[in-house]
Ligand binder design. Structure first.
Ligand SMILES: Cc1cc2nc3c(=O)[nH]c(=O)nc-3n(C[C@H](O)[C@H](O)[C@H](O)COP(=O)(O)OP(=O)(O)OC[C@H]3O[C@@H](n4cnc5c(N)ncnc54)[C@H](O)[C@@H]3O)c2cc1C
Length: 415
């Protein structure tokens, strides 16, 4: 059977691929989006649902070097790097360490904030057209019980103020009155009022359906397992549902990107950063708004009828196993800080692999060595909150429009 001709083929139906397909279709391209499973069942499924430009920060931060050595040795820390002899890990760690400088940190925040602000507006507008996205704009609260944690929250407030994102410091008494779900061990916190949250899986489905309604094509259960290339371009994409002949291929395959990239001769430094989430039944002391417990790095998100608690970042690559002590650390940490007494009865335990680049900035750009291959991957902890902005930047570069933000920090050739 001959290969089917397509204009744009987007590989991957997570929030990133879906937003890219949606944006390119809205810009008039004929788009086929394919996924090895169903859209939204990868890392985009059970995340904390935060759309919080105040968190537009890369993973590597100045002064993190000695902390990261500690994490390497402490399997109970909220950020764990699993030791491995894989040369890809050594290369990743080298770039990670090199990115821990203030200049690069601030430069990354600037462009990540641009993507996140655009995304927040996009989702707000999507919520006015699409049903049941769970979109709410109730702000985000960072809370801590330690001096160091409060200092961290205040530093974040100051850094983000320079990006036009206002936060407000609250002392203990004000904080407890503002959010009665908190227990008295909190000593202070910072409230960012403009932030939002949503149901991440429903967001993918809602946008994927809108993409199809606008004339886009979605093909599920189509796994890409090979490519044909000739004269510096991809001529055919080979999937479990047949072969395609695209003019342009967009790779939005999240933590699977290194695996699929290898088939095209790419050595992509994207590591899987495993995190967990679970849902807890909540009574009248349910939190009113998303909360970050700073020293435990636990994200708490109110939902209809339950509360989602999420956390940990284990750099483990394609390892989907469940580590019980990390699940317990999230349950214990949430119970310690909040009137959520039934965290041990949590349901819907889920784990996902965040696609992490070493400098914490996604790869958005043409691959360089294959002229019709465009990458949009590596969105670490910020995939939901930066997907529409990333898709807009991707479309700007593909369609040669003025870019939403400076595209240089995203270029694929930097590693
Ligand atoms: C615990 C946790 C909490 C988080 N909380 C937040 C949050 O509050 N806010 C936020 O912004 N981000 C959050 N994140 C991060 C966010 O979930 C990710 O950044 C985002 O989901 C990445 O999206 P993606 O589309 O790149 O990847 P994915 O959603 O994983 O999508 C990739 C898709 O590619 C498909 N695919 C892979 N290989 C192939 C192939 N060969 N052929 C066809 N299809 C293929 C997969 O099936 C998958 O559907 C969190 C992550 C975790 C783990």
């Amino acid at each position: 059977m001959s290969a089917k001709k397509v204009d744009v083929l987007v590989i991957g139906g997570g929030i990133i691929g879906t937003c890219v397909a949606h944006e390119l279709r809205a810009s008039g391209r004929e788009v086929l989006m394919i996924d090895r499973g169903e859209p939204g069942l990868g890392c985009s499924y059970g995340n904390a649902g935060w759309i919080t430009p105040c968190f537009a920060m890369p993973l590597p931060q100045p002064g993190m070097f000695f902390k990261s050595i500690g994490w390497l040795l402490d399997p109970a820390s909220p950020l764990y790097i699993k030791p491995s002899a894989d040369p890809m890990l050594a290369r990743w760690l080298w770039h990670f360490t090199m990115a821990m400088n203030r200049k690069q940190f601030l430069n990354s925040i600037r462009v990540l904030t641009d993507l996140s602000k655009y995304s927040l507006d996009f989702y707000q507008s999507a919520a006015s057209r699409l049903k049941d996205l769970g979109f709410e704009k109730k702000g985000l609260l960072l809370v801590s019980s330690t001096k160091d944690g409060i200092k961290y929250a205040q530093t974040e407030m100051n850094v983000m103020a320079a990006q036009g994102i206002a936060g407000r410091f609250m002392e203990k008494d004000e904080l407890l009155a503002f959010e009665p779900a908190l227990k008295p061990l909190v000593r202070g916190g910072v409230y960012f009022p403009q932030e939002a949250h949503a149901e991440p899986y429903r967001m993918v489905l809602g946008l994927a359906e809108e993409f199809v309604r606008s004339g886009g094509t979605l093909l599920s259960k189509a796994e890409v397992f090979d490519f044909e290339t000739s004269k510096g371009e991809i001529t055919e994409v080979v999937t479990t549902q047949g072969r395609f002949k695209p003019d342009l291929v967009v790779m939005a395959t999240g933590s699977w990107s290194p695996e699929i990239g290898r088939r095209l001769g790419l050595n992509l430094p994207v590591l899987g950063g495993k995190g967990y989430s679970m849902n807890v039944l909540a009574d009248e002391k349910k939190p009113q708004r998303p909360i970050m417990i700073v020293e435990r790095k636990i994200a708490v998100t109110p939902r209809a009828g339950s509360v989602r608690i999420a956390g940990t970042l284990e750099l483990v690559n394609q390892d989907f196993s469940i580590t019980p002590r990390r699940v317990r650390a999230i349950q214990d940490g949430a119970r310690e800080f909040l009137h959520l007494e039934r965290t041990n009865d949590a349901t819907d335990l889920w784990r996902g692999l965040r696609p992490c680049t070493p400098d914490g900035v996604p790869l958005i750009g043409f691959s360089g060595h294959l002229k019709n291959l465009f990458l949009c991957t590596g969105h670490q902890m910020l995939g939901l909150q930066s997907a529409p902005g990333s898709a807009r930047l991707a479309a700007d570069l593909i369609l040669k429009r003025a870019p939403l933000t400076d595209p240089r920090p995203f270029r694929v050739s930097r590693f």
